[in-house]
Design a protein around this ligand. Structure first.
Ligand code: F6R
Ligand code: MG
Ligand code: MG
Length: 371
């Protein structure tokens, strides 16, 4: 049976500040999902969250980019925004960038990651949800899962993975895409995906098949809105086992709390901390950025789960290290590399300061020009 897995997410109000979502908003989202299931719009659902972002995890038979599914998500976020407004939640409706829904969610604010595939006899899937970071944050773990034999033993040991995988990479600035076949084109690919603010892995495919095995959300809100309206706080879904990375290989990259962009005001580098769902509430300096992993077994489109995959002591060291790295970065205060470089600072006061001081900048002359 062909099934579509859609994760559609938005921040439509924070509790308190940008740290969490009010329970009343979550129950409104759950109510809408239950009704959609009842009406047969979706097969099954799981209402989830990370930080101040609500995620609608849904299965259905309508394929990616379905107008019906996107409209349902949009109307749900509108309904949840009403509750956010009633309760005076912070930034109520912040990711709903337009007034009216028009066909699909592209360019409208909410993020989405969707893939359609033939459900296998047993279909383990992990849905990752992040807060206080950007879509390119998935480049590092996807590379590790599907291309690095030091992470994924199956790339060496499992004959059905030994040929490698194909990666679809999007250039978010020029709106172009390219497919890299790995391991042959690893080094070429790394030139691009090592710059995650611009180049983002959208899909991973098996060799010889166009059926996706992983998908990410690639929306960048400031590119849509032309100004800072909150970080994109991306989501990702990864299928596992039987010729794909094992569940433990899919989770393994997060044992290293690598550095991502986001954190306070979307303008700082910090460690990406894997947490159980009890701890998905960025607090210190609005962070550090964090990620939760919800595991499901799919059965006839039903989402059997979730299992809270990072709620496990084997991730304690990663968390401890993340906190040490957070201390280290914080001591840099307003200095790079804690603060993002100027061209990536979305809250930047730079243009205003340059304008204010423009008459005081004078050209260097004579011996002053010694560089
Ligand atoms: C980052 C984030 C927060 C806010 C910060 C300021 O993605 O959501 O760090 O940027 O709390 O928020 P405002 O500008 O709403 O006061
Ligand atoms: Mg927010
Ligand atoms: Mg958020």
């Amino acid at each position: 049976m062909k099934v579509t897995l859609s994760i559609i997410k938005a921040d439509v109000g924070g509790y308190v500040g940008h740290s969490d979502v009010h329970p009343a908003m979550l129950s409104r989202a759950r109510e809408a999902l239950a009704e959609a299931k009842e009406k047969g719009i979706i097969i099954d659902y799981c209402q989830a969250k990370c930080g101040d972002d609500i995620a609608l995890i849904m299965t259905h038979d309508k394929g990616p980019d379905s107008e019906e599914i996107h409209r349902f998500a949009w109307e749900t976020f509108e309904a949840v925004t009403e509750i956010a407004k009633e309760l005076g939640q912070y930034g109520a409706g912040q990711d709903l960038l337009t007034d009216a829904f028009s066909g699909n969610l592209r360019g409208m604010g909410p993020g989405f990651a969707e893939m359609e595939f033939e459900e296998r006899k047993s279909e383990p899937v992990i849905c990752f949800l992040a807060d206080k970071t950007e879509p390119g944050s998935w480049n590092f773990p996807l590379y590790k899962m599907f291309a690095d034999p030091f992470n994924t033993a199956g790339l060496v040991i499992d004959p059905s993975m030994h040929d490698g995988f194909r990666f679809e990479v999007h250039d978010l600035i020029e709106e172009k895409k390219i497919i890299f076949s790995c391991p042959e084109e690893l080094y070429d690919m790394l030139v691009f995906i090592g710059a995650p603010s611009r180049y983002v892995i959208k899909h991973v495919f098996r060799k010889g098949s166009d059926e996706p095995v992983a998908v990410t959300s690639t929306q960048r809100l400031f590119l849509m809105a032309g100004r800072y309206v909150g970080k994109d706080d991306p989501v990702m879904a990864v299928r596992c086992q039987s010729g794909l990375p094992a569940v433990g290989e899919v989770l393994e990259p997060f044992a290293f709390p690598y550095t991502v962009a986001g954190w306070m005001r979307g303008s700082h580098h910090g460690p990406f901390m894997p947490v159980g769902t009890d701890w998905d509430t960025p607090t210190r300096f609005d962070g550090p950025p964090r990620v939760v992993a919800l595991g499901f077994q799919l059965k006839d489109g039903k989402l059997v789960g979730p299992r809270d995959m990072f709620a496990d002591p084997s991730y304690d060291n990663a968390r401890r290290r993340a906190l040490e790295i957070a201390d280290y970065y914080r001591q840099h205060g307003p200095f790079e590399p804690h603060r993002l470089p100027l061209d990536e600072m979305e809250y930047t006061t730079m243009p205003a300061v340059v304008e204010k001081l423009k008459d005081r900048f004078v050209p260097l002359v004579g011996a002053e020009r010694d560089h």
